[in-house]
Design a protein around this ligand. Structure first.
Ligand code: SAM
Length: 189
């Protein structure tokens, strides 16, 4: 039943002219990639930085629901977040997703103070802040967890510090997907 709703909502978003592009959502293949990685990791505690209207959130949440887990997702633009809340509800995943409103760095700092821990993180908000997200998340991601960062090719110049840090840190083992937008996938050592 939930799967039907999920696929219906995904199709509706994909078929609404320009909606996903106008809201900077990932392409379908990246959504499917996130979904499969979350399933493979059996991730129960998933963090997303940059919700927009919830397209990638839906892919992560459908996997989290199958894994018996949840997604926490961060967004500062309330109008887009309201659309995400509606989309997630339409998919019947409202009990799986926790929405947080505010600046990502502030929200991550609070989560760190609260002792939160994640086994999968997807970062897709302000590209020049990826370095801050990664350094805050590092303390919240145990060995064996994975961090995925979007736009490592399309926005490379804005995140050189992040890419350099991840490549040379002994805390992470990384690989980069050479898709048009580019994704870094990092394993927490
Ligand atoms: C690329 S979009 C996210 C797309 C979404 N992950 C998807 O694929 O469906 C980036 C989102 O991050 C939000 N954002 C940008 N900077 C932010 C910040 N500093 N704190 C919180 N949200 C931020 C933007 O408002 C935007 O909605």
């Amino acid at each position: 039943m939930k799967t039907m709703h999920f696929q219906d909502v995904i199709s509706r978003l994909e078929q609404t002219n320009g909606l996903l592009q106008d809201n900077w959502c990932v392409p379908r293949e990246t959504g499917r990639f996130l979904h499969v990685i979350a399933l493979g990791l059996k991730a129960k505690a998933i963090l997303e930085v940059g919700t927009s209207i919830g397209y990638s959130t839906l892919w992560l949440a459908q996997a989290a629901a199958r894994n018996g887990g949840r997604v926490d997702t961060l967004e500062y633009f309330e109008a887009r977040q309201q659309q995400a809340i509606a989309n997630v509800k339409d998919a019947g995943l409202e009990n799986t997703v926790h929405f947080h409103t505010g600046q990502a760095i502030d929200l991550l700092t609070r989560m760190q103070t609260q002792g939160r821990s994640f086994d999968l993180a997807f970062i897709d908000a302000a590209k020049q802040e990826y370095i801050d997200y990664a350094q805050l998340l590092q303390a919240m991601m145990p060995a064996g967890s994975c961090l995925i960062a979007d736009n490592t090719r399309s926005h490379r110049k804005e995140m050189l510090d992040f890419l350099n840090y991840m490549e040379h840190s002994s805390d992470w083992t990384v690989a980069e997907l050479e898709t048009p937008n580019g994704q870094l996938i990092a394993y927490r050592n």
